[in-house]
Design a protein around this ligand. Sequence first.
Ligand code: ASP
Ligand code: MG
Length: 438
Amino acid sequence: MKVMKFGGTSVGSPERMKNVASLITKSGEPTFVVLSAMSGTTNSLIEIADYLYKKNPEGANEVINQLEKKYIQHVDELFFTETYKSETREFLISEFNYLRSFTKDLFTSFEEKNVVAQGEIISTNMVVNYLREMGVKAVLLNALEFMHTDKNSEPDIAYIKEKLSKLLEENKGYQIYITQGFICRNAYGEIDNLQRGGSDYTASLIGAAIQAEEIQIWTDIDGMHNNDPRIVEKTEAVRQLNFEEAAELAYFGAKILHPTCVQPAKYAGIPVRLKNTIEPKAEGTIINNVLVRGKIKAIAAKDNITAIKIKSSRMLLATGFLRKVFEIFESYQTPIDMLATSEVGISMSIDNDSHINEIVNELKKYGTVTVDSSMCIVCVVGDLDWNNVGFETLATDAMKNIPVRMISYGGSNYNISFLIKESDKQRALQNLSNVLFK
Ligand code: ASP
Ligand code: MG
């Protein structure tokens, strides 16, 4: 079985939902479909939650009313029979009344997660009803029944696998199995989610659990590009990526794929294919175990990076210095992305600066600290095994007119990263494309 995941814009209107229906039924083979909420809906639900945190039920009700109006309109455009129209309309009304019920009581993060989960619950119900109206044998499997996380908020792989195979066994003979991306239950049985953009992760976890033949992630761009198409001229779709290369690109800024999505597929050895709903015939990008030797694949960039440098003569010949520094970041749950060391100093980059003041204060115990904000990581990805010669020179040559704050190379076989000012990003990306892909 294949897993096909469609993001928010791919189910963003009744028209697009019909398009999804035709894409998933085309092969005639049993298919597992994962859907996001319609685009914009998760944001609206978060807005509702924000109003309720601030004890403003009127604000929340206004957003709920607008959303309801929009969805009720969708029903008339999506369905063509009165039975399905009224059934879905009733479902939507009960959903929006359910959302209204949250405006009357105490609001905590528990309620928030429940509110935010409704976007995927609504979109999947609409699409499954539409498929049934079309005469397709389709069934909705509730993600809350099988997608569970453990006490560390990590997916409970064993549970997912067992529960999902049981559900599939109980629902034999369907052509289309639909489920919600993003949403799950946590170790305490509460409704939770896999973080923003987590539907890709759902698809990958399901693919791994059912040993799918392939996991397809459908968005609105033709595969992963070799550079950011919004910034650089004449980017090209990359046809193939190794799992490691894809993970680096997703983490360092390529928006098309959520970084967590790669792991489950990689461990299960299941290829991930990125496809374009608007141009379904386009080849897209395949991510698999194959590593093409001697090739630079793509460039990505990640903004909003803060660099922190600590300089200390106490580091000279001392043991345990790095550990002490890292422990400070760990105690504030702040992951370090890039790292460069010298005998008397360390530079690190972080993308979450919510505890920057506390971290800097504690680091000051060990030396002189400097902070640079509004930085950007530019990352070149491909076969960068250290035995290959020439690529580092080409990449650094492309950066020759740009002030570089940090360089990281040799951490993996797949990446060389530069930390630069955000204001130099466009120039850096264009120069790298010119030099590496000419
Ligand atoms: N609907 C969720 C979000 O907007 C999950 C997703 O689309 O992947 O973040
Ligand atoms: Mg997404």
